[in-house]
Ligand binder design. Structure first.
Ligand SMILES: Cc1cc2nc3c(=O)[nH]c(=O)nc-3n(C[C@H](O)[C@H](O)[C@H](O)COP(=O)(O)OP(=O)(O)OC[C@H]3O[C@@H](n4cnc5c(N)ncnc54)[C@H](O)[C@@H]3O)c2cc1C
Length: 519
């Protein structure tokens, strides 16, 4: 059965899909959002994993775009922070620690403190330019119109305004790796480890991988906009998903849950609507997909409807996740060696050195899990006690490296890797193993299944330079519009990539509106 027509259908109610729907509805479009799961937000989700213990997939808010938050009035629609401007504390497991907040760093010598302050100022200058570019549709490089020339001129102007020295440095470091950059500037291994981990978290990269500097700048996107440290959302990250959904509905969008799209319907080579798993369908001349690149084209459009060259580029898009999520229900508060009790609620990075990260990455190259995984840890119950029963805590950890395609398969290895993670935590927080009441490990295939995320990748696909900026996700779909007339990408596969920023959704909506108005 085909139901009433809409101006636009958004596939997926991830935060980007909802952002897109919100902007489209604000422009007067009749919008329908179809979400396969029964909740909004995509990976911005919170659930009970053991009785009384609640966790979130994405757990810290770093790069939410302030313009998106303002335009959609997210605070008015329920977004509250339980903690803001968290310090980042890197621990070596032997009692050593380095704490970073803004341009300041504690636990290092004076030379490193001065060098870090300058590094931070320079990161702010670089990310100011990058954040501007990430908030716009990338211009066409060939067959340019006046709009593209204007956008290129604007980028050129922003880069020039950095000044000669910064521009030269940006060009120098863009193509090298964070390992060399950090070694050039700092002595303290923990400080270097913290910078190295920020560059590769969520990516199939080690600090020595080319392009890893771009990962660092992407993670610090909001530094150039005056943003502080990470935030913890009150009620878990699911509350952010809910706020995006309420904002989209307030703007006039309709959201239907439990609606898995299985086909994007085409007529005369252009979009005509979508078909759901239950056989029902909806018509619309505009479809915006929050599903990732491969799902959108290989599963929903189908290779037979696409040019062979484009299909090859989609196949070659690197989108295999290496990041797992570990959740522990704890009987009490763990004590990390060397961590001041005032920093227990900080963002904790468990890795003694950049070499430690690189060695952990080596295993992922050969389809193996790291025997000494590195982790980004948060204990959200210190800021939001309602996430666990009284006196108990939740530990939420992003764990690397855990390749999607694991040699031997995840069924045979999940329990062992979970134990490896707990053992690794034990070296940083002695006694933590005895506090574990319940646990959950979501490997990339679990993330893929739970969140309809083919490949289970943090960014829906690597954000190395060949898959970023003008090139994201692939030539032919780098300006949200795709080779299929009326079909746009609006999720993390598109520019500027993943993380909870809302930018891909906003840019896609604005681009679609511009193109529809120009017709
Ligand atoms: C383990 C992990 C931890 C992370 N931690 C953080 C963090 O702390 N901070 C941060 O900023 N970022 C984090 N990220 C990254 C961030 O969560 C993602 O980049 C972001 O959620 C992408 O948003 P999105 O809206 O584009 O896509 P998604 O959140 O993936 O949402 C896509 C939506 O589309 C739906 N969908 C897909 N296919 C269909 C279909 N066929 N029919 C209907 N619906 C469909 C899905 O169900 C989903 O709801 C993390 C990622 C991972 C994997």
């Amino acid at each position: 059965m085909t139901e009433a027509a809409y101006d636009a259908i958004v596939i997926g109610a991830g935060h980007n899909g909802l952002t897109c729907a919100g902007y489209l509805a604000r422009s007067g479009c009749k919008v329908l959002v179809l979400e396969a799961n029964d909740h909004p937000g995509g990976l911005a989700a919170t659930w009970e994993f053991a009785e009384g213990f609640r966790v979130s997939a994405a757990h810290l808010l770093h790069i939410l775009n302030p313009q998106v938050a303002k335009d959609l009035a997210l605070e008015l629609h329920g977004l509250k922070c339980a903690a803001a401007d968290l310090r980042t504390v890197a621990l070596d497991g032997a009692g050593g620690q380095v704490a970073i907040y803004g341009g300041k760093v504690e636990g290092v010598d004076a030379a490193d403190a001065v060098a870090y302050a300058e590094f931070h100022r320079q990161t702010q200058r670089f990310t100011k330019v990058l954040a501007g570019f990430c908030a716009r549709t990338p211009p066409r490089l060939a067959e340019r119109g006046w709009g593209d020339n204007l956008a290129l001129a604007r980028l050129g102007w922003d880069l020039r305004s950095l000044g000669k020295a910064d521009m030269r440095e940006l060009l120098r470091i863009a193509a090298i790796n964070i390992y060399d950059v950090a070694n050039d500037r700092f002595e303290n291994p923990l400080l270097k480890a913290a910078i190295g981990l920020d560059a590769v978290l969520g990516s199939h990269m080690g600090p020595r991988s080319p392009n890893s500097v771009y990962g660092y700048l992407h993670r610090h996107l909001n530094d150039g906009l005056g943003g502080g440290g990470p935030r913890v959302v009150q009620g878990g990250m699911g509350a952010l998903g809910e706020a995006f959904a309420t904002a989209a509905e307030a703007a006039g969008a309709e959201i239907r849950y439990g609606c898995r799209v299985v086909r994007i319907d085409l007529q005369d080579g252009r979009v005509a609507g979508v078909t759901l798993a239950d056989g029902n369908g909806f018509t619309a001349n505009l479809v915006l997909s929050n599903a990732n690149l491969k799902t959108t084209f290989l599963d929903l459009v189908g290779p037979a409807n696409l040019d062979a060259g484009f299909v090859r580029r989609v196949h070659n898009f690197r989108a295999q996740g290496v990041t797992a999520k570990l959740h522990l229900a704890l009987d009490g508060l763990p004590e990390f060696r060397g961590l001041a009790s005032t920093d227990a609620g900080a963002r904790l990075l468990l890795t003694p050195s950049m070499d430690d990260i690189e060695l952990a990455f080596n295993h992922a190259k050969y389809g193996e899990c790291s025997p000494s995984p590195i982790m980004e840890v948060s204990i959200p119950t210190l800021h939001d006690p309602a996430l666990a029963p009284v006196g108990k805590h939740v530990l939420s950890a992003v764990v690397q490296y855990a390749p999607h395609r694991l040699r031997g398969g995840w069924e045979a290895s999940r329990a062992a890797f979970l134990q490896t993670c707990v053992d690794r935590l034990e070296t940083f927080a002695p006694g933590i193993g005895g506090m574990v009441l319940a646990s959950e490990l979501l490997a990339p295939p679990d993330l893929e299944k739970q969140f309809n995320l083919r490949g289970g990748h943090w960014h829906h696909g690597e954000i190395a330079l060949d898959q970023a900026l003008f090139m994201r996700p692939v030539p032919g779909a780098h300006r949200y519009a795709t080779p299929v007339s009326g079909l746009y990408l609006c999720g993390a596969s598109a520019h500027p990539g993943g993380g909870l920023s809302g930018l891909a959704g906003r840019n896609a909506a604005l681009q679609a509106i511009r193109e529809q108005e120009a017709k």
